[in-house]
Write a protein that binds this ligand. Structure first.
Ligand SMILES: Cc1cc2nc3c(=O)[nH]c(=O)nc-3n(C[C@H](O)[C@H](O)[C@H](O)COP(=O)(O)O)c2cc1C
Ligand code: SF4
Length: 483
């Protein structure tokens, strides 16, 4: 993963913990109305993919145990991982693309409700992503995958009559640096990083047609979430995926859904409206998007403020702000691996690690969110906003709420490190918390598509009777119980 050049090492903040009385009178533990939802406290566990589903994308026993463990900590809101809205195979990632998923998801909603004793509101993050392939073996790419055109023949000085085999063997004879004068930029990227679809690939019918297909797919996913008993959906408009790519400053589509920011926000608004139409007033609909894309010429805080205003004006129930996490600056993957959008600078800003710069890894998104929120307030909207990124102590969270910088505080990796953070702080037992080190061990597992665990607990009490273990039998699947 990319790290800031300064390479300054940080340890978790050593803030004092509140007693139960101070916690009870804090803003963090005060209730809040978010659209149709009543939150018991202003804490939020953002979506995290744990690789617990199966090839069918179903709610498995492992999925149930994973979310049950978070629910026992009773956060204000728990957001279930990015869940695919299409009914197509996508590896062991959760799916909600057909009504047959409803019973499993209902079980998940019931499990969380029971384990949190009704204290935690449950959302599901719904996502669309485009096709991405692994970086090919260079020889195989030139021998088989590359579509040969007359442009290649011309660049190689071959006549148009030259057959494919001749072109391919000429390409195979080139040095790597010579290839770039024969292949176009897209082909070079397919060769060096692996094929990846973009929302600007208008020559692919399915992609050109996304503004017609996506609203319905998102809306039906929302309907299923409501039928399954979730309190709402979080539309995934962040990071490297389809909807974020529509919002992105890099979206140059010429069909009225790209170019100017007014066009780029059109589909996200249409998707939202479609979701509203298929769900009831008791169901929350909001989105997660980027306060800053952290890529060259990407959206910054001022563009994000414009989007936030549009989303608030349209009536979204909440806005959750992340940052970065783009393919644009992702590292070249090894042959046989797919590009991972958290390996460049934008990835660092999304999940800052303990090796950082002078600003440090804690709360890097707070000021950007505060500024976006101020803009939304200035426009006359009170839409609640969630901030996340390196927040792990009560003081950090309480201070930013007191300073009116956000409405709700997200704890992703801290909740993974210790799902009982919320109950421990609330009951005045903060000293018992296992603080996240921001080692990004968990994120490394996600990158390798391995079952996500935390290094602080995954080798603990492995001999406990009935403990569920990872495929290799070396790690426990959920944090040990708090006793
Ligand atoms: C293992 C892992 C999986 C993640 N999966 C998602 C996801 O599905 N959707 C999403 O919006 N963010 C995802 N994130 C990002 C987190 O929600 C969060 O924005 C990020 O970790 C920064 O917050 P933190 O410092 O509190 O961890 C993931 C993070 C981790 C560590
Ligand atoms: S592995 Fe654990 S300690 Fe390390 S970043 Fe992830 S949650 Fe934090």
């Amino acid at each position: 993963m990319w790290k800031p050049a300064e390479r300054i090492k940080y340890t978790a903040l050593d803030d004092p913990w509140p007693g139960a009385e101070e916690a009870a009178s804090s803003t963090l533990f005060a209730p809040l109305t978010v659209g149709p939802m009543q939150l018991q406290q202003r804490t939020w566990v953002p979506a995290m993919v744990p690789w617990r589903s199966n090839e069918e994308g179903e709610v498995t026993e492992d999925v149930l145990q994973w979310y049950e463990r978070f629910a026992k900590g009773k956060p204000g809101v728990l957001v279930v991982e990015a869940t695919g809205i299409r009914d197509i195979p996508s590896g062991p990632l959760l799916r909600i693309g057909d009504d047959r998923y409803i019973p499993g998801l209902r079980k998940l909603a019931d499990t969380v409700r029971e384990a949190s004793e009704g204290q935690t509101r449950l959302l599901i993050q719904i996502i669309d992503f485009l096709s991405i392939r692994r970086r090919p073996d260079p020889q195989k790419f030139l021998q088989r995958f590359l579509r040969i055109t007359d442009a290649h023949r011309a660049a190689l000085g071959l006549p148009n009559s030259a057959d494919e085999e001749e072109v391919r063997s000429a390409l195979l004879g080139l040095e790597a640096d010579q290839l770039s004068s024969v292949l176009n930029a897209k082909e070079m990227e397919d060769y060096s990083h692996g094929y990846r679809e973009r929302v600007t690939d208008m020559d692919i019918d399915e992609i050109a047609n996304l503004p017609n297909t996506l609203p319905n797919l998102f809306a039906n996913a929302s309907r299923r979430a409501e039928e399954a008993g979730f309190d709402g959906v979080e539309l995934h408009y962040a990071h490297a995926y389809t909807m974020a790519s529509f919002l992105s400053a890099t979206n140059t589509r010429s069909d009225g859904y790209g170019g100017a920011k007014e066009n780029r926000v059109r589909l996200p608004l249409e998707v939202y409206q479609a979701c509203r139409e298929l769900t009831s007033d008791n169901f929350a609909v909001g989105c997660r998007f980027l306060a800053d894309e952290i890529i060259e010429q990407g959206n910054d805080v001022s563009t994000a403020s414009y989007f936030a205003e549009q989303f608030a004006r349209a009536g979204m129930d909440f806005l959750s702000l992340s940052r970065g996490g783009k393919f644009d600056d992702a590292k070249q993957p090894k042959v046989g691996w797919a590009a991972y959008p958290y390996t460049g600078k934008s990835g660092y800003e999304c999940m800052p690690g303990y090796i950082s710069d002078e600003q440090g890894p804690f709360g890097r998104n707070v000021e950007p969110v505060a500024s976006i929120r101020q803009h939304v307030r200035d426009c006359g909207f009170n839409t609640p906003m969630v901030v996340a990124g390196g927040i792990h102590t009560f003081r950090q969270a309480e201070q930013l709420l007191q300073d009116d910088k956000a409405d709700i505080v997200g704890f992703a990796r801290q909740a993974l490190a210790d799902p009982d953070w919320f109950e421990k702080v609330r009951t005045g037992r903060g000293k018992e918390i296992m603080l996240c080190r921001y080692s990004n061990y968990c994120e490394g597992l996600d990158q390798k598509h391995k079952q996500v665990t935390c290094e602080l607990w995954d080798r603990e009490q492995l001999d406990e009777p009935g403990v569920a273990k990872t495929h290799d039998g070396k790690r426990r699947m959920v944090a040990p119980a708090w006793s």
